[in-house]
Write a protein that binds this ligand. Structure first.
Ligand SMILES: Cc1cc2nc3c(=O)[nH]c(=O)nc-3n(C[C@H](O)[C@H](O)[C@H](O)COP(=O)(O)OP(=O)(O)OC[C@H]3O[C@@H](n4cnc5c(N)ncnc54)[C@H](O)[C@@H]3O)c2cc1C
Length: 408
């Protein structure tokens, strides 16, 4: 259960982090009447949000997983037609590729799973696959096709939410400002909207305890609620949630328009993603609307070391060539690394932080933060504003997970 918290929609709410999660939350809060200040230590959308692939995908490995992802995809489906061209929306769909009989059985199972939730999905056989995507290896046995999956360019979507979305006039962005620490005003009890009043653009607590933050070189600032959506930076502000960077590499090629029409992913991808502490490599290749081909992906726990690891990069490219042989003929222009914010149990944190009145978190989305941003924003906003949540946050709630961990 989340602690009751009341927020006056006329008071400022601070969001720390202008990634896809923080920006989507700011847009949702503003759309519901709140005035929001968004802090980022760097460029807007310049963290993991700029480092990834921007694949929006349906996954339904469990009803609980589908709740957040399905709702997010529904919200993305409504937003995509309104996004400006720079967001590079491409409704390319996904082909989940089967290399052997076990994969093919998985394709049938996953197709049935998605259909149970009303998502369009089908199994295509080897001959159909060759017809739809001639560049794929000819020994593949088939694929699951999910036509409603899409691709976006996430940093541009962030800029849309913060600067151009319908209520963006209620959002103040403070880029290049690092939040150094969180605290609370003296007193006890949970801050309420009426405890917090405007004072020259800043907020002042009138009693009780209100959350506050301190920027580098700045004074303490008090808000009616503070939302930590700081990606891997969450580890410093809220060490208790144990966010760790999970490193990935991506390679991008020169322009080859029409090389692929779908995002293509090996079916073992989801299994490999949950392989625990070890390095893992899975084929995941995305056609960009520019004609470029984005090649991924891999996972490593390697701290915040940004250097490109030649060994894992070679494994990643070799795996891509296994599924799309002519990738070996493409000119790779650039390879980079990025850090997925990973939680200890692979589930995002969404909700109020116990013991820190007025402080909320939305972080730890690992490799699905773009996909699940909009459902996260809706859920967190429901919680912050004491609205009846449309989906349950039981799986994501820090109150139960942190308290449970303490008892264990
Ligand atoms: C290689 C790779 C491929 C991926 N592919 C996909 C994909 O295809 N589909 C998908 O759904 N997801 C994908 N992801 C995952 C997705 O990118 C992340 O889950 C998502 O971007 C996380 O967003 P965020 O807003 O939590 O974090 P970020 O985007 O990192 O944003 C956090 C922001 O907080 C700021 N910040 C941190 N600390 C502070 C502080 N103290 N003060 C002020 N600001 C601070 C940072 O500067 C940053 O801008 C991929 C990730 C990687 C690395």
């Amino acid at each position: 259960m989340t602690a009751r918290h009341s927020v006056n929609t006329r008071s400022d709410i601070a969001v720390i982090g202008a990634g896809v999660i923080g920006a989507s939350i700011a847009a949702e809060l503003a759309a519901r009447g709140a005035h929001v200040t968004v802090f980022d230590r760097g460029e807007l959308g310049g963290g993991a949000t700029a480092e990834g692939m921007g694949h929006l995908l349906f996954l339904a490995d469990s009803p609980a997983q589908f709740e957040l992802i399905g709702r997010s995809m529904e919200l993305w489906g409504r937003l995509l037609p309104d996004l400006p061209p720079g967001c590079e929306v491409d409704k390319c769909g996904t082909l989940w590729l089967a290399a052997d009989d076990e994969d093919l059985a998985t394709a049938h199972e996953k197709t049935a799973g998605l259909r149970r939730f009303g998502v369009e999905a089908e199994v295509v056989d080897a001959a159909q696959l060759r017809q739809i995507e001639p560049e794929l290896a000819h020994d593949l046995l088939g694929a699951m096709r999910v036509p409603e999956d899409a691709v976006v360019y996430p940093p541009r979507v962030v800029s849309y939410w913060l600067n151009e979305s319908p209520a963006a006039n209620r959002i103040t962005v403070r880029a290049h400002e690092t939040v150094e620490e969180l605290g609370s005003t003296s007193g006890s009890g949970t801050a309420t909207g009426s405890d917090v009043v405007a004072s020259g653009g800043q907020r002042r607590a009138r009693g009780g305890s209100a959350p506050r933050l301190r920027t580098a070189g700045g004074d303490w600032e008090t808000y009616s609620a503070i939302i930590v959506a700081s990606g891997v930076g969450t580890a410093k502000l809220l060490p208790e949630v144990g966010i760790q960077p999970r490193k990935g590499h991506l390679a991008i090629t020169d322009r080859y328009p029409g090389f692929l029409r779908h995002q293509v992913v090996e079916l073992a991808y989801v299994k490999n993603t949950h392989m625990g502490e070890g390095d893992s490599v899975s084929m995941n290749v995305q056609p960009r609307s520019t004609g470029q081909v984005l090649i991924g992906s891999c996972r490593q726990f390697a701290g915040l070391d940004r250097s490109v690891d030649p060994g894992i990069t070679k494994r990643m490219i070799d795996q891509a060539i296994r599924y799309v042989p002519s990738i070996r003929t493409l000119q790779i222009l650039r390879i980079w690394t990025g850090f997925r914010p990973a939680s200890p149990d692979d589930r995002p944190w969404i909700g109020a932080i116990p013991g820190r009145p007025g402080v909320f978190i939305a972080s730890g989305h690992e490799g699905l933060g773009i996909t699940s941003a909009m459902g996260t924003a809706e859920l967190l906003t429901d919680i912050v504003m004491n609205a009846q949540p449309r989906i349950s946050n039981e799986l994501y709630d820090p109150a139960t997970r942190l308290v449970g961990a303490e008892k264990a």
